[in-house]
Design a protein around this ligand. Structure first.
Ligand code: UDX
Length: 434
């Protein structure tokens, strides 16, 4: 099949490359000519493990190409995916749909033969209807269907998530469109990943409901962790004890410094806006957003109290800056609020991240960057693990102790056994394991 992807950002690039790997002919389009030039020169503009090899293989096989020319790519396509950004609109938290609408208009001008237009971008309920209206206005004679096909790709594991999904959600009631979608996803379908056909608005809501539910789950265990600290319980054992119940499930029960990233914060806010507009509040998500916002600075205060309540003039080594490991993404990373809180309290921050330091420099000011974890720790008054990169999981704790000026070790991801750290002579503070 001929597939065209509009928007060669994270979602578009991963989806396009994986579709090409399934054997389809894929053209990825982007307005940013520097990005397209880079891609054509074999340079991948984002950090995603395995993506560079997969792009190279499919480009070499002639199934994947990149262009700024939308018209030709749309005219020849069986399916056109809209994978442009939908950032939170400044001021009101609504998803900004201007890129989606602009893409719909441009696509409409070049449609030829029966084409399905698929929204992959995360869009509020009803956006598919709007896209259909726009296309119909511009091209009244065009033969097309608009489909919702939300993505559930985790950064750092996006290729795996695309190729081995728990489910594929397809929102359309058109049988012709369903057939094209089934063909596109045939390799997965054959592998028995369930293909769930729903109405379009339902598919749009599934995406928001899924992300909001996961955000609620994380926030729930974070608050239980706080309670564990007060009552002398262990949150990891609580998570295991409840997670083994199949109705609950063990995933997304890792207590930590609060969720961040490009999806959960933005999508929970957008869901709340939709709920507000329809006078149908989702209070549990309102509470989740508020609790998570407070939590990030609270983690900074936790570090300060581990240092005896005074951070003025002290140096804190921060290990890990990105919102999670295996990405260079700093969007809504808890590290931003944590560093800010430490700086507000008069501390100097020295940070190290295996991949994210270039991005971090753009969003966090007045931080010294070290060349390694030990480089950050040397001479510091405390060390705090903010992101659970593998590189921080097996630190030489004796060496950490000898490098630190005072033995304060804060682990906001619970990646060490308590006794191992205390045995090394460090004062250990973690999450929900008092
Ligand atoms: C998420 C969804 O998982 C994905 O399906 C969706 O389409 C996009 O958003 P992503 O943002 O890449 O993916 O990361 P994810 O692995 O889900 O983690 C999100 C945040 O939650 C991170 O800040 C992570 O540290 C935090 N988290 C996750 C926890 O604090 N505890 C957990 O148990 C799991």
């Amino acid at each position: 099949m001929q597939v065209t992807i509009i928007g060669s950002g994270y979602v578009g690039l991963v989806s396009g490359t994986c579709f090409a790997d399934f054997g389809h002919e894929v053209v990825c389009v982007d307005k940013d000519s520097a990005k397209i030039e880079a891609l054509n020169a074999g340079k991948i503009p984002i950090y995603e493990p395995g993506l560079d090899d997969l792009v190279a293989t499919n480009v070499a096989a002639g199934r994947l190409s990149f262009t700024t020319e939308l018209a030709d790519a749309v005219a020849s396509a069986d399916a056109v995916f809209i994978a442009v950004g939908t950032p939170s609109r400044r001021g009101d938290g609504h998803a900004d749909l201007s890129y989606v609408h602009a893409a719909a208009e441009e696509i409409a001008q070049s449609l030829s033969g029966y084409t399905i237009i698929v929204t992959k971008s995360t869009v509020p309920v009803g956006t598919g209807d709007e896209v259909e209206r726009i296309v119909r206005d511009v091209a009244p004679q065009a033969d097309f269907d608009v489909v919702s096909n939300p993505e559930f790709l985790r950064e750092g594991a996006a290729i795996e998530d695309f190729k081995r999904p728990d489910r594929i959600v397809v929102g359309t009631t058109s049988e012709r469109a369903q057939e094209v979608m089934a063909q596109l996803y045939r390799p997965l379908y054959l592998n028995r990943s369930p293909l769930l056909f729903t109405a379009r608005r339902t598919a749009e809501l599934i995406k928001y409901a899924a992300n909001a539910f996961l955000a609620v789950k994380i926030t729930f265990i974070n608050e239980i962790a706080d309670l564990c600290e007060q009552v002398g319980a262990n949150v990891q054992d609580v998570a295991r004890g409840i997670g083994l119940d199949n109705r609950i499930g063990s995933k997304f029960l890792h207590a930590g410094p609060g969720y961040g990233g490009s999806c959960f914060p933005k999508d929970t806010l957008a869901l709340l806006k939709t709920a507000q507009d329809h006078d149908s509040p989702v209070r549990i998500v309102e509470a989740t957003v508020a609790v998570n916002d407070n939590r990030k600075r609270a983690m900074g205060r936790k570090v300060i109290s581990a240092m005896g309540g005074n951070a003025r003039g002290k140096t804190v080594a921060v290990l890990g800056l990105t919102f999670k490991p295996n990405t260079d993404d700093m969007r809504e990373a808890p590290s931003i609020a944590i560093v800010q809180t430490l700086q507000d309290a008069g501390a100097r921050v020295r940070a190290y991240d295996p991949v994210g330091m270039d991005q971090a420099r753009r969003v966090i000011e007045n931080v010294d960057y070290a060349e390694s974890a030990y480089g950050a720790i040397e001479g510091a008054d405390a060390v705090v693990i903010v992101t659970e990169w593998d590189a921080f999981r097996a630190l030489d704790l004796k060496r950490v102790k000898s490098l630190l000026k005072s033995p304060v070790f804060v682990d906001l991801r619970n990646i060490y056994p308590v006794d191992e750290v205390t045995r090394a002579g460090l004062e250990y503070t973690s999450i929900g394991r008092s």
